[in-house]
Ligand binder design. Structure first.
Ligand code: ADP
Ligand code: ZN
Length: 732
């Protein structure tokens, strides 16, 4: 031992260097020297200088570097936090190479909790010294009774538990009854108890749970897909898998698409396990995020329910990953590192050797195919729990039941709303369009209000008196006069948004309590409160965007009206049918979850469309079968592979030229071809012109190798040009 430390500090010891992954878009780790005596195994979280800054990085694998370590800048500090384990490091490498992103940017996602790397400060506490105070008042006796267990207390905790004021305790400290000690900070959340309040599972649920529990028992990688209609008890089933994971003393991660809004989920978890899971999403206070990061790393936190980025938390002992609503587009990050958390969850599971459970009422076509081909175990729940009826779904053919002039709601739908609120039940009108109207134009000259920096229309938000761009956030007060011809008061709103539907509803039902739920009408806190109010029955008619679609349980909601079921079908995207099917199933699934007879009415101009037919017939299998056949024919994902490359620049010509040169730099590869460059679906965003190349390959093609070669051989990167690579794009 002595010998070792002597060697370490000996001036003769050679200078050593380590590779450190810094949170920068660099292709490889940078080398830093290690000061004598500093030990920094791979995974250590360190502070290093980078230019004029100090950054947090991770010591990477690869060992000593050939560079003369004496010329390097030194690692300044090793943080006192658990190192990122090898499977986490392989995960970061894997995500980087799959998404064609610099590993440092992926590592940055794993290190997004700046102050978490130093231990939390100890808190001041009290310990009973074993002797009584001089004068034993009743208040002091109560304190002694509480403190008799020999544990340490915080002052306020003890005062609260004994029901006395803190001054009583101050007096006892003065007399030496308690001594001041320092205690580790309390855990953020209490540990969940796997046996707190389990439900008795119904027959099919039992079989389903057994498969999921066995997967956890195997302590190895596997993927299961729980595919069951809304209300079939999927959540109950995966709670059993979580319980098993907790019994093993391991940690579980639940990924949810809209965790910030789903307080109902947290409450339900609490009822089942006697404690809440830790939350992880971007609306958390920084201090809380840091605590979650650290306590996930130390293992104190047992269950995290989080948005996609929770996948990059450094769990100490992960035993299970759940991806609920696995089909949801919100799992795709389209910023810097473009990744789909559902797919990367499967990768993380494989590298960490833990089971992954995907859950959805309307699985992605990808997951359907994987389960059909036997790569995923299918756990099927075809009926609602306790045989609660699914809502009765009907199409309203808008060609035969047109709304009155200037309106958007057919008389059939309005009658149904009226009946529902007469019964003191709730109606939901769903329209996935924020604001008042998607387009405003001048009736005199035809001028359309367009964003000055994007190729998109300005959307009128009447509640706020503005017209806004949904791409870049640009907003201006709603003008009175047309900027083109100057005519006053001749601007017309075209098409409906939720605010406009609310206006129509209020005209027909002036006495009803109407509520608009839309993400632009309040922060997360306000939306949470409003969703809870709806669940308590404190609104009669709710008009909402897709934020009402996810995971909520509204016991009195017995009518769901889809204002425009065709919205998503128009854009020519081959995934449009799948998305529309999923969204409509999910929204209509909000109805009747507690056994009340319920209805769904879908307004459509295309009642014969396969999506509409699939929804009303409830025949999801037929829909998927058709969809899968078509994808296979066209060699679209998952039967083929796509990478989208978007080149943007301030000038249109520069963007187009760069994209063309990129295309010319592509290698020859059989089975891979390139479409474009063509103007991207949004040709301009924030003043930058965008051109797109779409790389298409047969299954099994080395898409990453191909694109990497293209980028390496392609035109030199210039500051003015930005190239975004999106492997497995959402829309294509
Ligand atoms: P899903 O996740 O498939 O939408 P849930 O797990 O939310 O379905 O179940 C639907 C409803 O049925 C919930 O209110 C849930 O509490 C209830 N439920 C499901 N399974 C059981 C069970 N075994 N015992 C009691 N209630 C159950
Ligand atoms: Zn804009």
């Amino acid at each position: 031992m002595k010998q070792d430390s002597h060697d370490l500090f000996s001036p003769a010891s050679p200078a050593r260097s380590v590779p450190v992954l810094v949170p920068m878009p660099a292709a490889t780790p940078y080398s830093y020297s290690l000061p004598d005596g500093m030990v920094a195994p791979p995974g250590s979280v360190v502070q290093v200088p980078l230019g004029p800054r100090k950054v947090v990085g991770v010591v990477w694998d690869g060992g000593e570097n050939a560079v003369d370590a004496r010329k390097l800048r030194p690692v300044e500090k090793i943080f006192d936090c658990p190192p990122l384990d090898p499977s986490m490091r392989r995960f970061i490498d894997w995500v980087a190479s799959y998404t064609l992103s610099p590993p440092g940017l992926v590592a940055r996602m794993a290190l997004r909790a700046p102050a978490a790397f130093d231990p939390e400060p100890m808190v001041e506490g009290l310990r009973f010294c074993g002797h009584e105070p001089d004068k034993l008042t009743p208040a002091r006796r109560k304190v002694l009774e509480m403190a008799a267990d020999g544990l340490s207390w915080t002052k306020s905790g003890l005062a609260h538990a004994a029901g006395v004021s803190t001054s009583v305790i101050d007096g006892m400290v003065k007399q030496g009854v308690f001594e001041q000690v320092f205690l580790p900070p309390p855990p953020l959340v209490a540990p969940p108890d796997p046996d707190y309040a389990p439900h008795r599972l119904a027959g099919r649920q039992m079989d389903a749970a057994e498969i999921a529990v066995d997967a956890v028992k195997a302590r190895d990688f596997s993927v299961a897909l729980i595919d069951g209609v809304t209300g079939s008890g999927k959540t109950e089933v995966y709670f059993e898998a979580i319980a098993e994971c907790l019994r093993q003393g391991r940690q579980a991660l639940i990924l949810l698409p809209e965790i910030a809004l789903t307080t109902a989920f947290l409450d339900r978890f609490h009822e089942r396990f006697g404690a809440k899971p830790a939350e992880w999403h971007s609306d958390l206070a920084t201090r809380t995020r840091e605590k979650v990061w650290r306590q996930a790393a130390t293992g104190e936190i047992r269950v995290v329910a989080g948005a996609r980025s929770a996948l990059f938390l450094p769990f100490e002992n992960l035993g299970l990953i759940i991806v609920d609503e696995e089909h949801d587009p919100a799992f795709k990050q389209e910023d810097r590192v473009f990744y789909n958390a559902r797919d990367m969850a499967v990768v993380r599971g494989r590298l960490a050797k833990v089971p992954v459970v995907l859950v959805s009422a309307t699985p992605s076509v990808e997951s359907q195919v994987n389960s059909q081909q036997g790569r995923y175990t299918r756990i099927h729940l075809p009926t609602r729990f306790a045989d609660a009826a699914m809502p009765d779904l009907h199409l309203i053919d808008m060609r035969r039941h047109p709304p009155e002039r200037g309106g958007f709601l057919s008389p059939v739908l309005l009658r149904a709303v009226g009946k529902t609120i007469e019964r003191q039940q709730q109606a939901l009108l769903f329209l996935n369009r924020r604001g008042y109207a998607p387009l405003t134009l001048c009736r005199v000259c035809g001028h359309r209000f367009q964003c000055p920096q994007c190729s998109s229309w300005l959307v009128e938000h009447r509640f706020r008196g503005q017209i806004q761009c949904h791409q870049c956030g640009y907003a201006e007060p709603t003008p009175q006069a047309c900027p083109e011809c100057g005519t006053l008061d001749h601007l017309v709103a075209c098409g409906p948004g939720v605010e406009r539907i609310a206006e129509e509803v209020e005209r027909h039902f002036p006495d009803a309590r109407t509520l608009v739920l839309s993400s632009d009408l309040g922060g997360v806190k306000r939306l949470r409160l409003e969703l809870e109010a709806v669940a308590r029955g404190e609104a009669d008619i709710v008009i909402g965007t897709q934020l009402v679609a996810k995971g909520h349980n509204f016991p009195l909601m017995t009518l769901v009206g889809i204002v425009d079921a065709d919205v998503g079908l128009a854009n020519g995207d081959p995934r449009a049918a799948e998305r529309t099917f999923q969204l409509l199933s999910q929204v209509t699934g909000r109805a009747g979850r507690t056994g009340l007879k319920s209805h769904g009415l879908l307004q459509t101009y295309q009642p014969q469309h396969p999506v509409m037919q699939a929804i009303v017939s409830g025949d999801a299998d037929a829909f998927y079968e058709r969809e899968i056949v078509e994808r296979e024919k066209a060699i679209l994902p998952p039967f083929g592979r796509l990478v989208s490359i978007i080149v943007s620049a301030d000038s249109r010509a520069e963007a187009e030229t760069h994209a063309r040169q990129l295309r010319q730099a592509a290698p020859q590869a059989s089975g891979i071809s390139i479409l474009g460059p063509a103007e991207a679906p949004l040709a301009m965003i924030r003043g930058r012109h965008r051109f797109r190349l779409l790389v298409h390959g047969r299954r099994g093609s080395d898409m990453q190798g191909f694109v990497r070669a293209m980028l390496d051989n392609g035109p030199k990167e210039r500051r003015s040009i930005q190239v975004q690579v999106d492997v497995d794009p959402q829309s294509f």
